[in-house]
Design a protein around this ligand. Structure first.
Ligand code: SF4
Length: 193
């Protein structure tokens, strides 16, 4: 974004980040991507019982250019994968993705050639939501966690430092299986803590 490149660092940028984060998290417009049974739970999240409108998100966009959140609800077939990627590419920046349910996150029970074994093979995922299907309350919880992430997203030079720090944290992360990494004599889990 042009504005972000021109922002100064320091206290002023921190204030701008807070305001921009608040504005962004309060105006997330989802581009729904209901692909299978999980979509029923996604639809009921917008109903009066769970009331997604509390977060200003009741306007599910069928136009990717007017959306900045993709909720992938259900298994992604190989045939649908390029369509999903095209819609993601057409969405407005900055944009986020929630992978809803085990099928979207890992292929779930569909361990076969027809289903993509995780939507993160196609688009970057911000939140993985477990469950088969996840209940609307779980989806609301993941949306609140995404709001936290958006609120704390840095801008400008701060963003570059944040990305570097995240990369370093990922490199420090060790495999959970003992013997595949970590210090001699200790399990990866112990070191990772
Ligand atoms: S996670 Fe369960 S409910 Fe969701 S698409 Fe897969 S099989 Fe259907």
């Amino acid at each position: 974004m042009g504005l972000e490149e021109k922002l100064p660092s320091g206290i002023l940028l921190t204030t701008v980040e807070k305001v921009a984060g608040y504005a962004r998290k309060s105006s997330v417009w989802p581009a729904t991507f209901g692909l299978a049974c999980c979509a029923m739970e996604l639809i009921s999240t917008g109903g009066p019982r769970h009331d997604l409108a509390r977060f200003g998100m009741e306007r599910a966009s069928n136009t990717p250019r007017q959306a900045d959140l993709m909720i992938v609800a259900g298994r992604v077939s190989q045939k649908m994968a390029p369509v999903l990627r095209q819609i993601y590419d057409q969405m407005a920046e900055p944009k986020w993705v929630i992978s809803m349910g085990v099928c979207a996150s890992s292929g779930g029970m569909f361990n076969n050639y027809a289903i993509v074994q995780g939507v993160d093979h196609i688009v970057p995922v911000d939140i993985y939501l477990p469950g088969c299907p996840p209940r609307p309350e779980m989806l609301l919880d993941s949306i609140l966690k995404l709001h936290d992430k958006i609120q704390n997203m840095k801008l400008g030079v701060h963003r570059e430092h944040q990305i570097e720090e995240l990369e370093r944290a990922r490199l420090r992360r060790l495999p959970l299986v003992a013997g595949l990494g970590g210090q001699p004599g200790g399990s990866g889990q112990e070191v990772a803590r």
